[in-house]
Structures are given as C-alpha cells and as structure tokens.
Ligand binder design. Structure first.
Ligand code: UDP
Length: 238
C-alpha cells in the first residue's frame, strides 16, 4: 500500500512510550532511542512538533480512583507531562537537535509558555517544539491536546506512536487472528469505538481534516519509514 507523505507532522508520544521495560517512570535509554527516531525523521526533511503524555507517571482518572479530586488529579497528570517533555528535550539536545518546550500551564522558570505564533516561528527555524501540560485543562487528555496542537500548527498529519503497528479489529496481543486495517474513516472509528485515540481527539482531527497515522514507535527506524510512505501503519482519514 502506498500512503501519502506528510511534510509537517505532530508526533504524539504517550508516557508509556518513555517507560521502556519498566512499569512506571522514565527510562533514559528508551527516551534516547525515541530521540534517535525523531532525529532520523528530521534528517529526512520533515518538520516535527511533539505532544508528550504523562501516563507513565500520573493519570487523573487513576488518582480519582484513589480518592483525589478529579481536577486536582488531572493537574497532577499535566505536571507529569512537563517532566516527560523535559526528558525528551534533554535527550534531543544531547544529540544536537535544537528544541523548545512550551507548556500550556505557564511555568516561566522551567520552559516557555504556549504561544502559538512563537511555536510556529520555532518550527520555521528548524527547532522541534515539545508541547507540555496537555491542553492546560482538566478533563482532557494529551490525545486531545495532540489533535488541537496539530490543527493550530497546521500539521499535515498526527502521528500516534503505539506499541502495535496499527489499528486492529481485536487486540492483537490477545486475539491470534486479529487483522489490521490499512485505512479507516474517522466516522467508523467513532461509530465502532475503535481504540485509536479518544473520541474528542478523533472528532477534532475529522473536523479539521488531519489524518491520524497509527504506527509502532518501538520498532527502530519505523517513524522515518512510515513517514516515507513505507512500513506498516493504519491511516485514519475522511
Ligand atoms: N491531562 C489533563 N488535561 C490535558 C491533558 C492531560 O488533565 O489536556 C491529565 C490527565 O489526568 C491525564 C494525564 O494528564 O490522565 C496524563 O495524560 P494522558 O493520560 O493523556 O497521557 P498518556 O496516556 O498519553 O501517557
């Protein structure tokens, strides 16, 4: 299957993608290998910005189950994404890639606040902008933040890095003959409640005509391959 190539993309990295073999937190080796993947994509001429999740550290819903107020838990989750963003920034800068972290919750001694026009300018200068703190609002997720920033930054696609190589009709880790979709429509994803990203993120991408490319970020070299229109992935589009 040949897929369209996308020049400017937003890459959504979940907190889990930074966790490596562990069950919690940030694995420096894994973060370094993610940075290598991103560097290869940049080297191939793509413009990238990133949204990082925080689920490897804290999730508001899990916090609420333990008795935290939901909104408080969500703010804790957003702060977790800032830690991840700094880890990714550090790994990218170690290999000579210019980056800026912008947080939706202003934290002036740690990183820049989110300012769309400034983020655009960074991208024009070839920097990788890492968006932290999600949307800045509780009751949202970093998936929605990824869709929102992708629209704001004029990205041609949202790349969702996961631990499987696309969207399946059943969980491929549990069901042996589960089959992978090459393409899917946004409406099908929403109607069948397929676990691509959360519904608000999918709807935002649909309404703004931003394809979602679901691919395996754990496979070395895969981001650049998929960006080149090769490799295995599922593309969700109108
Ligand atoms: N979060 C939030 N608003 C946002 C983005 C994130 O409240 O706009 C909180 C929410 O509690 C979420 C946590 O931050 O559970 C971590 O983000 P997410 O679960 O999306 O991370 P991922 O699953 O991608 O690692």
């Amino acid at each position: 299957m040949t897929r369209p190539r996308f020049h400017r993309i937003l890459l959504k990295l979940s907190g889990e993608a930074l966790m490596g073999p562990g069950q919690f937190g940030i694995d420096p080796e894994t973060v370094a290998s993610m940075a290598g993947e991103i560097a290869a994509a940049k080297e191939a001429g793509h413009e990238l910005c990133l949204v990082v999740g925080g689920g490897n550290i804290f999730r508001g819903i899990a916090g609420a189950a333990q008795g935290f107020d939901r909104a408080t838990g969500d703010y804790m989750g957003m702060l977790a994404t800032v830690m991840n963003a700094l880890a990714v920034q550090n790994a990218l800068e170690k290999i000579g890639i210019d980056t800026r972290v912008q947080s939706a919750i202003p934290m002036s001694s740690v990183c820049e606040p989110y300012i769309r026009r400034r983020a655009m300018r960074h991208m024009e200068k070839g920097r990788i902008v890492i968006f932290a703190a999600g949307t800045g609002n509780p009751y949202f997720t970093t998936d929605t933040a990824a869709a929102l920033r992708a629209a704001e930054m004029g990205c041609h696609a949202l790349f969702k890095g996961t631990s499987v190589d696309g969207v399946y009709n059943a969980d491929p880790k549990k069901v042996q003959d589960a089959s992978r979709y090459d393409t899917l429509s946004f409406n099908r994803v929403l109607a069948d409640d397929l676990k691509v990203m959360d519904a608000s993120a999918v709807a935002l991408c649909r309404d703004n005509n931003i394809p979602i490319v679901v691919f395996n970020i754990r496979q070395p070299g895969n981001l650049a391959e998929v960006l080149a229109g090769r490799g295995t992935a599922t593309i969700v589009q109108n």
